[in-house]
Design a protein around this ligand. Structure first.
Ligand code: KG4
Ligand code: ZN
Length: 334
């Protein structure tokens, strides 16, 4: 069969991205326009501002992705776009751009779940082996996903409150660190010579769910009490204490799930998978168990459209396509 070139489009949060991927495995072009600078002064993503930036950028980003690939729309097999979950106004910009592009060029359109995209980022760097366990850990999600085969997603655990990245960003804010705070906490934690002892939230025995709001509250209480007593707070010790708790619980649950489900491969995905402490801990734990473990390189861990094209290619090959009635689905389930 002939080669498939899929255009991916991603606008679910604060990156406007487009990419061309060949056969679901090879990046031909990958363009990401980040809005982080515009949201920084608000300490988080402002939905209305995100939508407006997407509208300004989307056409340019798609053209740039095609130009960098040296392709015209005629060379494409399909258009894949993030259908959900995410900010509704942001999603709609990508979905409508994809529909217009697909209609204009007579191409099939594929609606992709953002988390499926994060998981399939791995396939752009190594072949996926099934059964597989994926840890998706980002600003919006913390999930353990079991996969029997391509395109088959079984969520075996998820956060009951904050996503890990959200907790990182909130803790960072109380330490007066800029948004997004994850990388700053990571940096402070790694150079710290000590750590505050914060609780590990394991939930009921056997559960693969996560909870980060209690940990976040412990950190906020600690900061508040120290301030009231007029004590100095070491940002490094707070960052390290918070990170130790996240890393220990996430590693513990991922390892237990991998063993119980007897998987052949474990992959991590999402912005928080960029965390040095977490990468080191997971790599060491799976090495000890003899289970192959991969994390995509940094640009593929955070939001991008190559991952959407990769996941979309698998769906397209299975014949799962959308139509011109497609809409943004903020609460879409995997
Ligand atoms: O996957 P992503 O780019 O966007 C979605 O949420 O879908 O993830 C962004 C999140 C932010 O919360 C950011 O603080 C976090 O990933 N993050 C990190 C690190 N780098 C990014 N968290 C902890 N350590 C890091 N090194
Ligand atoms: Zn994401």
């Amino acid at each position: 069969s002939e080669d498939k070139y899929v255009l991916g489009i991603e606008t679910s949060c604060d990156e406007t991205a487009a990419s061309v991927v060949k056969n679901g495995v090879e990046i031909i072009s990958n363009v990401v326009a980040s809005q982080i600078e515009s949201h920084k002064r608000f300490g988080g993503v402002v939905p209305e501002i995100a939508s407006r930036h997407h509208v300004e950028q989307i056409t340019l980003v798609i053209e740039e992705a095609l130009a960098q690939a040296g392709m015209t729309p005629e060379g494409l097999s399909a258009v894949a776009v993030t259908e959900g979950p995410g900010l509704v106004g942001a999603l709609l910009v990508g979905v409508n751009a994809a529909k217009a592009f697909a209609f204009a060029h007579g191409l099939p359109i594929v609606g992709v779940h953002h988390i499926a995209g994060h998981i399939y980022a791995n396939r752009l760097e190594q072949e996926m082996e099934f059964p597989l366990l994926a840890l998706v850990i980002s600003g919006g999600h913390t999930e353990l996903v079991y996969m029997k085969e391509h395109g088959d997603f079984d969520v075996i655990g998820e956060t009951r409150d904050d996503a890990a990245g959200e907790a990182y960003d909130k803790v960072a804010r109380t330490l007066d660190l800029p948004y997004p705070g994850g990388p700053h906490i990571d940096r402070l934690a790694n150079k710290s010579d000590g750590a505050i002892d914060f609780p590990r939230i394991w939930l009921e025995e056997g559960s693969y769910d996560f909870s980060f709001s209690g940990l976040k509250s412990s950190v906020l209480n600690y900061m508040h009490n120290a301030k009231q007593r007029g004590e100095n707070v070491s940002p490094e010790h707070v960052a390290a204490g918070f990170q130790n708790s996240v890393v220990e619980v996430v590693t513990g649950k991922a390892v237990r799930a991998a063993e119980q489900y007897n998987v052949r491969q474990v992959i991590a995905a999402g912005g928080v998978a960029a965390n040095k402490g977490l990468r080191t801990s997971l790599a060491a734990a799976f090495e000890k168990k003899g289970i192959p473990f991969y994390i995509p390189s940094l640009p593929l861990c955070t939001d991008n459209a190559a991952m959407i094209a990769a996941a979309g290619t698998v769906m397209f090959e299975k014949g799962i396509t959308g139509n011109m009635a497609m809409n943004g689905r903020p609460g879409m389930e995997l």
